[in-house]
Design a protein. Structure first.
Length: 341
């Protein structure tokens, strides 16, 4: 067997730290590329619509940008359209333009909104919460609290309601002032704009109000779409929280022999153990308990999520001890040296 002395005697500080890839890093790289492509598609779509409005329809800058905004958000008040701006060929182009906008550009806009929302959430996660500060000061982290977790979900729903109400209020007050409408008409206009219904019985007439509506229909559409996704996930979140509380609280504050045996002999825990550890093991490690709990909570799938990692671990664990250590590295090095002879 080849000597492993150089591996053992080498200064650990002199060994460069390997960069371990994570799924989050790979997803971030892919999302960055997707975000760039989505932005280019949206910019191209806007440029094509703007060029049509200025060159073929005879609209000015404000009307052209306003037309693309109400088209891409599917509001479509009807005050500006391909029917009023062009003849047969232009309407063929208009049909294709609208179809591309609804099918493809809507997806691109969704990708852009997802990335922006994720970045804002990542920024919030970087801020230390009260629990993280307590952990940094040496205090134990708070246990799972069912009421607190439910209040977090309901709090997100309340925030969404506030965002929607504030967006409608801004549209109502602004359009009432710019167009001279009553508050009832302005409120009605803001609602049909935000929901992209756009009946067309009310639409902006002045240049200033068209500029505002161009921005408002895009922002209100994004706010409503984001809030609806949050509100739609609430029933699933509530059910998941109750399931988590039930799984975490099944043993109470103590564990007896029967419960320990049921954990040790459960199929999930048995699959986590190596052949050397044996099927008759009478203990459960901290990592095994955590994975078992996550599987029970439905946050991990044993076949899809855990098993591929176990298979990779077993290939690296050359001695089957259940631990990755210097002996495994020495065996890998010896195998490479032997294969080169």
């Amino acid at each position: 067997m080849a000597s492993t002395q150089p591996l053992v005697s080498k200064d650990p500080e002199a060994i460069p730290a390997a960069h371990v890839l994570s799924v989050n890093e790979l997803q971030a790289s892919m999302k960055c590329k997707t975000f760039t492509i989505a932005v280019l598609l949206v910019v191209t779509y806007w440029f094509v619509g703007f060029s049509f409005g200025v060159r073929y329809a005879g609209w000015d800058l404000v009307d052209s940008v306003y037309f693309v905004a109400v088209t891409i958000t599917t509001v479509g008040y009807g005050d500006l359209s391909f029917m009023s701006a062009s003849k047969y060929k232009g309407r063929i182009f208009g049909g294709c333009y609208v179809f591309v906008g609804v099918v493809f550009i809507a997806v691109a806009m969704g990708k852009i909104l997802d990335v922006l929302q994720e970045r804002s959430q990542r920024l919030l996660r970087t801020m230390l919460t009260s629990e993280q500060k307590a952990m940094a000061e040496g205090y134990p982290p708070a246990c799972f609290d069912l009421k607190r977790e439910l209040w977090k979900v309901y709090g997100r729903a309340a925030k969404c309601s506030i965002w929607i109400a504030a967006t409608i209020a801004v549209g109502t007050l602004t359009m009432s002032h710019m167009e001279g409408w009553s508050l009832g008409d302005a409120f009605y206009f803001s609602c049909v704009t935000m929901t992209t219904v756009g009946y067309g019985d009310l639409h902006p007439s002045s240049r200033s109000s068209k500029v505002f509506v161009t921005v408002y229909c895009l922002l209100s559409f994004g706010v409503l779409a984001s809030c609806l996704s949050v509100v739609g996930s609430i029933p699933f979140e509530v059910r998941r929280i109750h399931m988590t509380a039930e799984v975490l609280g099944q043993f109470g504050a103590a564990l007896d022999d029967g419960e320990l045996r049921s954990i040790c002999t459960s199929p999930s825990v048995q699959r986590l153990k190596t052949a050397k550890e044996g099927a008759g093991a009478s203990c459960v490690s901290r990592a095994e308990f955590v994975i078992w709990q996550l599987v029970k909570q439905g946050k991990l799938d044993l076949d899809d999520d855990v098993q591929p990692c176990l298979s990779r671990f077993d290939k690296l664990d050359k001695d089957g001890s259940g631990n990755l250590d210097s002996m495994d590295i020495a065996r890998i090095v010896d195998a490479k040296v032997a294969s080169q002879k």
